[in-house]
Design a protein around this ligand. Sequence first.
Ligand SMILES: [Zn+2]
Length: 855
Amino acid sequence: MKKAFLFLGAALLATGTAQAKDKDKDEAKEKGGEEAAKTLAQFVEGFRKTDGLFPLYRDPKTGEVYLELDADQLGSEFIYFTYTENGPVEANHFRGNFRDNRIVTFNKKYDRVEVEAVNTSFYFDPDSALARASEANIARAPIGNVKIAATSEDGRKFLISADALLEKEALSQIRPWQSPDDKPGSAFALGELSEDKTQISTFANFPDNTDIRVEYVFDNPKPFHFGGADITDARSVAILVQHSFLKMPAPGFEPRADDFRVGYFTNQKTDLTSIEHAPYRDVINRWRLEKKDPSAAVSDPVKPITFWIENTTPMELRGTIRDATLAWNEAFEAAGISNAIEVQIQPDDASWDAGDVRYNVMRWTSSPTPPFGGYGPSFTNPRTGEIIGADIMLEFIYLKSRIWQSEIFETAGLPSYGKSVPGMGRHAANCTLAADLQAKMMAARSVFAARGPSDDELDELLRQELAYLVLHEVGHTLGLTHNMRSSYSIPLSSLGSSSALPTNSVMDYTEINIAPSGQPQGQFAIARPGPYDVWAIQYGYTPEESLLTAIVARSTEPALVYGNDADDMRSPGTHIDPRVMIDDLSDDPIGWATQRAALVDQTLAVLADRVVDSGDTYQALVNSYYGLTGQKARAANIASRWIAGVYNNRSVVGQPGAQQPLVPVSVAEQRRALGVVSKLAFAPDAFSAGENLLNRLQVERRGFDMYGTNVDPQPHARALRVQQSLLDHLLHPNVLTRLTDTRRYGGAYPVSTYMAELTGVMFDADRSGPVNTYRQNLQVEYLTRLIGIASGAGGGMEPTPMGPRPLPTYDYVSRSAALAGIARIKAIAAGPAADAETRAHRAHLASLIAAFERR
Ligand SMILES: [Zn+2]
């Protein structure tokens, strides 16, 4: 009893102190006016001063931090950049997450200082009279505003509270933006920002930059959703964010114009004084790399780009990471710059940490729920596109064989098209390379295991895939976007050659190149920058502007083709050119998909004896089965994209080697694709490979983790999900309408013919025999969709990489074709059935049609 009383007393005392402290803090913040009676020198007496771009003073008693602004700094532009040093993925944060990157100014308004975010999206020709109206109808953004706490005697220095400026979400939004569609309690959510708990933790100050870290704490006294294991307590979640203010870089950096044929991240600028059709003055993001000897054909740079390998990186991987990074130097040499990149290792006793924006660090983490396996963001001067700094985050996850239990029955191994990582920011938008790579690695390991164990081969696979991941993420930090088309330029027949590349760019997402049974094994992954990468670096980094026209004129060469995420066909019904696709390989993706599916089937046939040993649980078998069958589903998806495909050839008018801009895929190729999709996912025996494993697909129990989930394998639900993901594309309104549209510019596949053939795929094979249970589900699904199309469905929402969007409606031509399909199914349903089960199934089909006709 006494103990409890004492404890209570202590708690009250602690609360009392905290309240008193907060009151002081608030008064200091709010009553800055009264304090202004003191001069700056008097105000900061006893404070600890740290010199730098903005001198900082910390009150040793309260911990409060003040920032000093010089009169010369008022109205000047600074680069403002934030990143997350630590935070849970469930709150859309993670270590190394680059966030805001913009230009700000500090403006004095009487007794206050305002922080204004500057709009850099527009250009006005200074010679045009219009330039005088350059601020018209562009919203000013005063994002921060604080009282001046003290002024120096000479009136040239102003002190503001850094806490007051940064401890709110004024300069940067810390909580994820919430969609109006999110229902409260449906997902983990941060509570309200706690002013008491939120505070500046540390800061670092340098002549060119001031970095301040704030620990934001969000309180949610009554959480609906408790989050995962990484949310230690949903009632109180801390997120550590660094705010950096940087001096504008020295002049002399030449912005480089973007070209639509080469893939760089850009800062977009629209010329509002131009009368051109495309008045873009977009600048690419690139480092300042100048030749030390401008007259030399190849010269070392004045200052190389230095990457540091963080001291958390496993020793045995450092060599691979270093070599892969330095491999980019050969691309820079083609641009006339030798030793452009150097790699150093962060000493264990380094006096700086990876958050120091002056260092470009390759970081290594192992997170509970990794948002990615690799991430290579950079931040820039938004005015010029000059890259100021970059980090690379590498996740241990991709080396693991683990699947998240919760996802096993949902998505494990299935294509994750349309799934994106929140909060990744513009620079690495949807760079899910390593998450994909993990699923691919698991499948590859299974194939090797089935072939017979070879540790050397497995080590080599790991090394090559890690090198590929590093090459890819370094490519992002050099300014390069994805190139999802580059694998298309490699002949299928050359994949087994040890000298041939599996793709022409490290910026693609490619499947691991595993040789079909009995064929020679080529490289698993691209091991150095490919021809496209070398050429792109030449465009971005060749110092002599005069050479650029000739460089970009080469864009029609087969090895230099380009298409990024805004072209690729991972999402059903989105984009048009099937050559721009992720997870495929070679210039014959349909043929390659067939080969890969055959390899999966062969592996499934022998899997059980090879991946689990006596004494093991069946978990390895579960992982292998889902990894492999997921690969087959991906293969079918790749083939499906050729239906209604249109080649989108980008070049300028009259460019030598240029093809017609828009060319519909031939009917023969579309039919071939339909045949492959049918074989892999719709045929009566499409899911028979591996069925002998179903009664061993037992998940290893862990506590109550699978509570509320049924742990049986559920092959029908999984097969139907694969089929549904294909039908999402094959019957997408955009796909059906495009079949009709393309007939006016070279296409020749009427939607009525296509739909008749697709209906044949669904019904012909078992028309006279029994319809098996997979096919029963498929036929009902297909008929239901046809009824939806005929009824003019559409509307509704569909997921896309950019979030849900309204599904377009079906055009009349497509609706007519669907009606014809329904009529044909009606006849089939009315015909004789081979057995009682089939009879019941057909009666079901007939009842659906009757209900439709009664509408
Ligand atoms: Zn990427």
